[in-house]
Design a protein around this ligand. Sequence first.
Ligand code: ZN
Length: 163
Amino acid sequence: MTIQQNKVVAMHYSVSDAKGNELDSSFGNEPLVFIFGSGSLIRGLEQALEGKQAGDRFTVEVAAADAYGDRHEELTQAVPRAMFEGMDVQVGMRFRAAGDDGQEQSVIVLDVTEDEVVVDGNHPLSGIDLTFDVEILLVRDANADELAHGHAHGIDGTDGHHH
Ligand code: ZN
C-alpha cells in the first residue's frame, strides 16, 4: 500500500538545518502517526511522502518556502515594555498574542530593553531550509472514526478517544 490521500502513515523522522544541526527527531521515541493529506505536515515533506510505502527510508531537502515559510520582517516588532507590566520578561519567552488580523499567533521575545520588548511572530523554523531523514513504518487505511475526526488514532487506529 502506498501513501496517498486519507491513508494513515506512521513514520520516524529527523530534521536538520543546512549546517547539519539536528533540530528534532522521533527516532528512539514515539513515531509520528497522521492522516496523509489532512494538512498536518509541511507541504514539501508531504509531497515527498506521496507514493512511498512501509520500509522506505529516504532523505528529502525542503526549502524554507515549502517548510515553515520565509521570514517576514514585519512580524518582528518592538512593543512598549509597559504592555508587560508586572511580568519578568526574558529573552526566549513565548507568548500567545493577537496579531493585526485578530488571529492568535505565537511570538518569542528577541530582546528586552528598559522601554521596549522586541517580539518576533515568525515561526522559529521560518527562513530555514530543512533536510528530513524519513523512515516509513506503516501505511494503512484510515478507519471511519479517524476520518470523521480528521486525525489518526495511533498506529493501529484503536487509541482511545482523546478530545
Ligand atoms: Zn479522535
